[in-house]
Write a protein that binds this ligand. Structure first.
Ligand code: ADP
Ligand code: ADP
Ligand code: MG
Length: 667
């Protein structure tokens, strides 16, 4: 029996919503989006044929609101709902609500979601289905003494996991019996606040494992297959950062054994649709970890190596069709790698970042590279949702080709407006151990020093390009004011109009608290720069988007400098560097405008006070650091002076515009 699906509502946002719509449209379906107040102008809304508002920005008042979504489905005449991942995708009550409303849920039966929803119950079930498990305790009894006894029996180190867990939350490694009680209390606290359920399981903590997962698919006619595996061992805080398919070093026998175990797991719960069975593997052994009853974030690598569209498979299965391929016909061609580009600060424990994407260039035109994204330049990453900016997927005939293409793709990625993990991902891909496929979940920790090198001095080349940008920008502005009526004004050319050979201009840049002075001498066709490390001659032309075609000491290169306020970000040869241009005119306006008052840039918490009354400060010295929306803002001295008084202490809450300290001019 087949069920017609002509109109599909996507109960999600961001890249996965956009991605599902792409396939739905290709299959001739009408697409319906839903959106929260924060997303009224989001890409997924514009990508849909129709879009319905479902409530305020917080997810629990919109994307997690079952009634609002069912209501939108009924108003739009949707035949089916695709839940994407996250949000309601693994919510059995939502699958039930769809059924009750006569709408097809593009996912497994509610009973299968329930069976796999608790990691403990799922393990008990897998045990009876003969699927191998990590040695551990997953019983109902949660008595602390019993859990501690079980931990001792399993043998330290052990891992405490929230049964209801997901996203790496509620997981605690315990190295010795003495730490058990405290770790248990902390895991329970996290689990209660994240999932409203503090039940836990305890299992052996493997010290050098790989995360290998199997993509499974089942239809309503009793067919079930696996579409090879993915290796997702490169993780931070138990969350995936890089995923690839196939798993390096996987033998055909082992693939078949893991594939069979995964299909057995799916069959044991009467599975239908797309699912992922996650295993943890060490040495010759592999063990069941959990089953995710949805499409996975990293599904594109499987699409790349099988040449299949998994969303198309999902929709076909939801219509009641049989699986498009049998096990023997599922291809495995080449290799594919995915990275998750996040708005986060790797140097501050991967703290999520919010803000506006002032400038965004995602790779395009590189063979084998696919980009899935739900945002464009000008959009904001908000506190309400996942801070993922894009997924970048690179495929090749073999792993080395895929790695090379990923390197090129990351080098072509430009984000200005908020910190991202781009350079960190680039460092992973460039790491020799990655090329050698030395993969396990300890990879990031082990290579921490190379992956997170910390702040480095500004390279002369980046400094020269920043200076060239400022100089060409000024030449352009003066040409525009002088020659506003002349459309043929040659402002884009090097400022050869300045013929006085001895003329120079002094520029000041700021790299954090450090000041860098650059003197630019005008010479025919360009400039000689006096940089801290020596001289450099530069010339070039600049497009409207900041693209520079430049010569540095005769070496021709293309680069881009993006300005956002005072901040200049230099992109050149796959590297990026930000620094501030200290404009003397702006600085004096600021100083007079605030007339000696130093105020909080936004409401927040004082996290650092660097000075006390009586201190002498130089222009640009950091005075106070305010944290707001998980980001730090440094209030710096606008000029030289003496601190007269400091009004707040660390931990104080301040309103926007509050006077933080008083500075007296140096006499
Ligand atoms: P995987 O699917 O590989 O197991 P995750 O568990 O990290 O990886 O992915 C699911 C998570 O993605 C959700 O728990 C949620 O935090 C996040 N998420 C949900 N919806 C979206 C979205 N539309 N865009 C980006 N991330 C999302
Ligand atoms: P989540 O629901 O958060 O995805 P998982 O059970 O899938 O939780 O585990 C997340 C990650 O934690 C795994 O990918 C793996 O890296 C690590 N992990 C899970 N179980 C173990 C274990 N027994 N030993 C070592 N690492 C583990
Ligand atoms: Mg998992």
């Amino acid at each position: 029996m087949t069920r017609p699906i002509r109109t599909l509502l996507i109960a999600n946002r961001g890249e996965i919503a956009v991605r599902v719509m792409r396939t739905a449209r290709a299959m001739g379906l009408k697409t319906i989006a839903v959106y929260s107040e924060a997303d009224a102008r989001a890409l997924h809304v514009e990508s849909a044929d129709e879009a319905y508002p479902i409530g305020p920005a917080p997810a629990r008042e919109s994307y997690l609101k079952i009634d609002a979504i069912i209501d939108a489905a009924q108003k739009s005449g949707a035949d089916a709902i695709h839940p994407g991942y996250g949000f309601l995708s693994e919510n059995a009550a939502f699958a039930d609500a769809c059924a009750a409303a006569g709408i097809v849920f593009v996912g497994p039966p509610a009973s299968a979601i329930r069976a796999m929803g608790s990691k403990s119950a799922a393990k008990a079930l897998m045990e009876t289905a003969g699927v191998p498990l990590v040695p551990g305790y997953h019983g109902e009894d949660q008595d602390e003494a019993l859990l501690a006894r079980e931990a001792g029996r399993i043998g330290y180190p052990v891992l405490i996991k929230a049964s209801a867990g997901g996203g790496g939350k509620g997981m605690k490694v315990v190295r010795a019996a003495g730490e058990f009680s405290e770790a248990l209390a902390s895991a329970k606290r996290e689990a209660r606040s994240a999932f409203g359920d503090d039940r836990v399981l305890v299992e052996k903590y493997l010290t050098k494992p790989r995360h290998i997962e199997v993509q499974v698919f089942a239809d309503t006619h009793g067919n079930a297959v696996y579409l090879n595996e993915r290796d997702c061992s490169i993780q931070r805080r138990h969350q995936k950062v890089v995923e690839e398919a196939p798993a390096p070093g996987m033998s055909a026998e082992r693939r078949a054994a893991m594939g069979k175990a995964a299909v057995d797991a799916a069959k044991a719960v009467g599975y239908v649709g797309a699912g992922t069975v996650e295993f943890i593997a060490e040495g010759d052994h592999f063990f069941f970890m959990e089953m995710n009853t949805r499409l996975q974030v990293e599904h594109p690598v499987t699409e790349a190596i099988t040449g299949q569209d998994l969303v198309e498979w999902q929709i076909r299965v939801a219509r009641g069709e049989t699986l498009p391929l049998t096990q023997a016909d599922i291809p495995l061609i080449g290799h594919a790698i995915e990275v998750r580009l996040y708005a986060e600060d790797p140097d501050r424990d991967f703290l999520p970042q919010v803000g506006r994407l002032d400038h965004l260039v995602l790779p395009s035109g590189i063979p084998g590279v696919r980009v899935d994204s739900g945002v464009r330049a000008g959009d904001s990453v908000s506190i309400h949702y996942d801070p993922m900016i894009a997924k970048i997927i690179a495929a090749g005939a073999d792993r080395a080709e895929a790695v090379g293409r990923m390197g090129a793709a990351l080098a072509a990625t430009e984000v200005v407006g908020l910190p991202t993990n781009r350079a960190f991902l680039q460092a992973i891909v460039a790491e020799p151990a990655f090329a050698a496929a030395e993969l396990d979940t300890g990879f990031i920790e082990r290579h921490r020093d190379t992956l997170l090198p910390g702040p480095a001095p500004v390279e002369p080349r980046a400094l020269a390009l920043a200076a060239l940008h400022v100089l060409l920008d000024e030449a352009r502005m003066s040409a525009q004011t002088a020659d506003a009526a002349d459309p043929f004004s040659p402002w884009g050319l090097a400022p050869g109009w300045r013929l006085n050979r001895s003329a120079f201009v002094d520029l000041t840049f700021a790299d954090g608290a450090a000041r860098i002075a650059v003197r630019a001498h005008y010479v025919p066709g360009g400039f000689h720069l006096d940089l801290p490390g020596g001289q450099l001659s530069v010339e070039g032309v600049m497009d409207d988007d900041g693209t520079l075609t430049a010569r540095l000491d005769g070496v021709r290169l293309r680069a881009r400098v993006v300005r956002s306020g005072q901040r200049l970000t230099v992109f050149a040869a796959g590297t990026e560097r930000s620094l501030d241009h200290v404009d003397p005119r702006l600085a004096s306006i600021e100083a007079t405008g605030t007339a000696g008052r130093l105020v909080a840039p936004m409401p927040g918490t004082i996290i650092r006070v660097a000075v006390k009354a009586g201190d002498q400060v130089a222009k640009g010295d950091a005075l106070v650091v305010v944290e707001a929306m998980k980001m730090e803002h440094t209030v710096a001295a606008p000029r030289e002076g003496t601190v007269k008084s400091v009004r707040f202490a660390v931990g104080d809450l301040v309103d926007e515009g509050a006077e933080l300290l008083v500075l007296e001019d140096a006499s």
